[in-house]
Design a protein around this ligand. Structure first.
Ligand SMILES: Nc1nc2c(ncn2[C@@H]2O[C@H](COP(=O)(O)OP(=O)(O)O)[C@@H](O)[C@H]2O)c(=O)[nH]1
Ligand SMILES: [Mg+2]
Length: 392
């Protein structure tokens, strides 16, 4: 009997344990693809629904090869058409790094517009020099730098054939200044421990998520540790990023000792063959001194596992506050060895030039820039492309 068959099958599904298709679908909806894939890893063949859900999770995680094998095995008529389409369509055309910087610098370019400025001037007259100086100050490159750059150009005015040569000269000078802050994010240790520090709201948690996504896509085994236990929401937010990026996660409840959470995370990372550990930290504690002491404690915990680590201590700075971030940087650098800067929210500011001031004053390599809230909106800092995009 047909009915009998279905009923028996249903009973059997119930017996397969606590896994319910409805709940798995809910997780899918919440974007928790990694969790779903892990849950179904050994069980996706148990029934058609599990197979479909597993397939959807794989596609969304970008695990294309596994998804393709499954597609071949069960046939596309047995899988959700939208996910099949998503898999077989070519991945969307990637934005080039230059395009991405251009988008990130949209506000800087539109509101201040070095490109526009040079296009709208013809004469190297006094008005030109004054306006250029004003523009550079608005761009937040720093008053001293603005004044001295304009002075340089003024002195050389007879050497320039036209405005375009001035533009090229300024571009070259920007690149020279920024070359001091060229720095590659290169992980040599395994696991490599990366600590993220910076004040609240600078973009630490978001950056951890974006970087995890990048590294997972490079095939790395990534662990995220929530050492910001100051607010419960912080751990939850980070956990969601771990899910989205496909990284594993270690965290604890609000108020837990951050050092203890980190210790637990590092035990897992060093014991289970991870490539990278990304550690999110608190941006605000009861006092400034308390915060800095806490950062030093975290570094000590890392050294218990490897005296040569952390491999990177990345200071996350919010570009929208422009040069004001310099004092924050000095504060953190006074307590821990900052190895690199991540400049976030470049897309939300007209002060894109602050990177010049930050670099000139601090001389710390800029490793990444954040150009949006999306998971792919983090890019390695490329001096050439960055300056070109600024003047475009
Ligand atoms: N537009 C934009 N927003 C960002 C960027 N990075 C972070 N944010 C936003 O900044 C806010 C604070 O980020 P969060 O990661 O929670 O900062 P944290 O307190 O340092 O962990 C969030 O609303 C993020 O979405 C970026 O590159 N561009
Ligand atoms: Mg945070």
């Amino acid at each position: 009997m047909v009915f009998g068959f279905f009923r028996r099958k249903k009973d059997k599904d119930k017996k397969t344990g606590e896994l319910k298709a409805g709940e798995l679908r809910k997780l899918l909806k919440e974007g928790k693809y990694k969790e779903v894939a892990d849950l179904l890893k050994d069980r996706y063949r148990e029934n058609n629904e599990f197979t479909q859900i597993y397939f959807e999770a794989l596609v969304n995680l970008g695990r294309r090869e596994e998804a393709k094998r499954l597609l071949q095995e069960v046939g596309k008529e047995n899988l959700p058409p939208s996910a099949v389409l998503k898999l077989i369509e070519e991945p969307p055309k990637k934005e080039s790094l230059f395009e991405k910087f251009k988008r990130g610098l949209k506000k800087t370019r539109e509101l201040i517009g070095l490109g526009k400025f040079f296009a709208s001037h013809r004469e190297l007259d006094e008005e030109f020099f004054e306006e250029l100086e004003e523009l550079l100050i608005k761009l937040d490159v720093g008053v001293d730098t603005a004044v001295s750059l304009v002075e340089e150009i003024r002195k050389k005015r007879n050497q320039f054939k036209d405005i375009n040569e001035v533009k090229e000269y300024l571009k070259r000078r920007f690149k020279e200044i920024l070359s001091k802050c060229r720095g590659e994010f290169k992980l040599t240790k395994k696991p490599a421990v990366v600590l993220f520090v910076g004040v609240n709201g600078s973009g630490k948690t978001t950056t951890v998520g974006k970087l995890a996504y990048k590294l997972v896509r490079e095939g790395k085994k990534v662990l995220i540790v929530a050492a910001d236990t100051f607010r419960a929401a912080a751990t939850e937010q980070l956990k969601t990023w771990a899910e989205r990026s496909g990284a594993d996660f270690v965290g604890d409840k609000e108020g837990a000792d951050p050092g203890a959470v980190l210790y637990r995370g590092l035990q897992k990372a060093f014991g289970e063959n991870y490539d990278v550990v990304l550690v999110d930290t608190a941006g605000r504690l009861h006092t400034k001194e308390h915060l800095l002491r806490e950062m030093q404690k975290l570094v000590k915990v890392v050294k218990k596992f490897d005296t040569d680590q952390p491999e990177e201590v990345l200071l996350v700075l919010d570009a929208t506050i422009g040069q004001n971030s310099i004092n924050q940087a000095k504060l953190f650098a006074s307590a821990v060895d900052v190895t690199g800067i991540v400049l976030t929210k470049l897309d939300g500011t007209a002060k894109g030039g602050a990177i010049i001031a930050i670099c000139k004053t601090l001389g710390i390599p800029v490793k990444f820039v954040g150009v949006g809230e999306g998971i792919e909106d983090l890019e390695p800092f490329d001096v050439e492309k960055f300056v070109d995009a600024m003047f475009d």
